[in-house]
Design a protein around this ligand. Structure first.
Ligand code: OOG
Ligand code: MG
Length: 262
C-alpha cells in the first residue's frame, strides 16, 4: 500500500462521482504515479463500502481481463476482480439508458452462481465446480470512468474493473451437464454477429476465473458467498454500443440473453 486512508477515501469519492454523474475523469495514476495493486483494491473496497452504506446490496463479483482478446484490447495482462451491486442488474430483454453511462461496451460472459461459500487461498477449478449451483449466459456492460477508456492496472482495479451493468438470462444448467471449455457462443449487434468464442478463452476454463477471484479476495480476508453471481470475464473483446443498439448473446446449450440500449 502506498496510500493513506484519507487519500484512499478521496479517490473512491472521485471515481464514484464520475460513475454517478456519467462524466469521465483523468486516470488516478497521473496524480498518484506510484499506485500498486493493493491501493487499487483498497479504493475499490471503499467505493463498495459507500454503496452498501447507502443501502445497496452486493450480489456478486466479476473477473476482469481473463482472455487474450481482452488483454490485447486494453493492454493489460493481469486479471482482476470487481464487485456487482443489485443496482447493476438489468433484466433479460430489458433496456439500458446510455445517458447514464459514459462510453459503454458489451462483453459476452459465462456466469456462475454458487451454492456454497468459497474461500481462498488455494481455490482451483475443482473446488469451484463443487461449489457451483448452476451457470448461465451473461452480458456485462463495462464503462470505464476514465477518459478515452484508457487506464493502467491499479487505476482500473480502483475503478471497480469498469463494472457498470450486467444482464443474466437464458437457461440455468448444472456444470456436470456441460463442457464449459468447449461451450461456444455468438454475440450479435442489431442482428450482425460481432463476437464468437468458446469458454476455454477464459483462462483455459471459466471456473479458473472464479478461483482467481476467491484467491484474490482472501488477500483482504474476504470470500465468495453462497448465491453470489460471478461473471468470469469477457470471452472476446468488448463491443462499443450506442442508443438504438440491440445486443443478443447465444450460448451453446444455454439459450440466449438480450438487451436494448436506449
Ligand atoms: C476492464 C474490465 C474487463 C472483462 O470481462 O474482461 C472486464 C476493462 O476492460 O475496462 O470486465
Ligand atoms: Mg467483464
Amino acid at each position: 500500500m502506498t496510500l493513506d486512508a484519507q487519500t484512499t477515501a478521496e479517490l473512491a469519492q472521485y471515481l464514484e462521482s464520475a460513475q454517478l454523474s456519467a462524466r469521465p475523469v483523468a486516470q488516478i495514476s497521473i496524480a498518484h504515479p506510484g499506485l500498486v495493486m493493493d491501493d487499487g483494491y483498497a479504493i475499490q473496497a471503499e467505493i463498495r463500502r459507500r454503496k452498501v452504506l447507502r443501502g445497496g446490496r452486493v450480489v456478486g463479483w466479476k473477473a476482469g481481463v481473463t482472455s487474450r482478446a481482452k488483454m490485447r484490447q486494453v493492454g493489460i495482462d493481469t486479471p482482476s476482480y470487481g464487485f456487482l451491486m443489485d443496482s447493476f442488474a438489468v433484466a433479460d430483454g430489458g433496456e439500458i439508458a446510455v445517458r447514464e453511462l459514459i462510453h459503454p461496451r458489451v462483453e459476452p460472459e459465462i456466469a456462475f452462481v454458487l451454492k456454497r461459500d468459497l474461500e481462498g487461498p488455494g481455490c482451483h477449478v475443482g473446488s469451484v465446480l463443487a461449489a457451483t449451483d448452476f451457470v448461465m449466459p451473461a452480458m456485462e456492460i463495462i464503462d470505464s470512468r476514465y477518459e478515452n477508456f484508457k487506464f493502467d492496472f491499479a487505476s482500473v482495479v480502483a475503478d471497480n474493473s469498469s463494472s457498470a451493468r450486467f444482464v443474466l438470462g437464458g437457461r440455468c444448467r448444472a456444470v456436470d451437464e456441460l463442457d464449459l471449455a468447449t461451450t461456444g457462443l455468438v454475440m450479435s449487434k442489431n442482428g450482425e454477429p460481432v463476437a464468437f468464442g468458446a469458454g476455454a478463452a477464459v483462462l483455459g476454463h471459466p471456473a479458473a476465473a472464479v478461483a482467481l477471484i476467491a484467491n484474490l479476495l482472501a488477500r483482504r480476508g474476504e470470500k465468495l458467498s453462497a448465491s453470489d453471481v460471478i461473471l468470469t470475464g469477457g470471452v472476446t473483446e468488448a463491443t462499443p454500443v450506442k442508443a438504438g443498439d440491440f445486443l443478443q448473446l447465444r450460448m451453446q446449450g444455454l439459450g440466449s440473453v438480450s438487451v436494448r440500449f436506449v
